[in-house]
Design a protein around this ligand. Structure first.
Ligand SMILES: [Zn+2]
Length: 113
């Protein structure tokens, strides 16, 4: 690991929830799902919101650097889409906000008085 490595919390979360459990183990036996995904700029890596990145997990137990493709992640997976799904989730939350209810309360109060 060097100081130029960046952390990718969204991809870390994706690996934790989406990676194949049968392929997520390090050589030492540790299940790497949930451990921090790191990356650095590399032409042969994956597309992310920060550009094309070589992505790997630095095993906290033995120090091995496990590239994501060794965990069954397709080399052509586009991790930029994670950004859009988060926007979609926030948009859904906005639609669920109970704003119309507040308007009805004000109207009924006016009728009562
Ligand atoms: Zn290990």
């Amino acid at each position: 690991m060097t100081s130029s490595d960046r952390s990718f919390p969204e991809i870390t979360e994706w690996v934790r929830t989406s990676c194949d459990p049968a392929q997520s183990r390090c050589h030492c036996g540790r299940d790497l799902r949930g451990d921090e995904v790191l990356g650095y700029l590399h032409d042969g890596g994956w597309m992310t919101n920060d550009g094309r990145m070589w992505l790997f997990i630095h095993c906290p137990a033995c120090g091995y650097e496990m590239a994501l493709w060794k965990m069954g992640v397709a080399r052509d997976r586009d991790f930029r889409t994670l950004h859009y799904s988060e926007e979609q989730r926030l948009c859904d939350l906005a639609w669920a906000a109970p704003d119309p209810g507040g308007v009805r309360v004000i109207t009924s109060r006016g009728r009562v008085s």
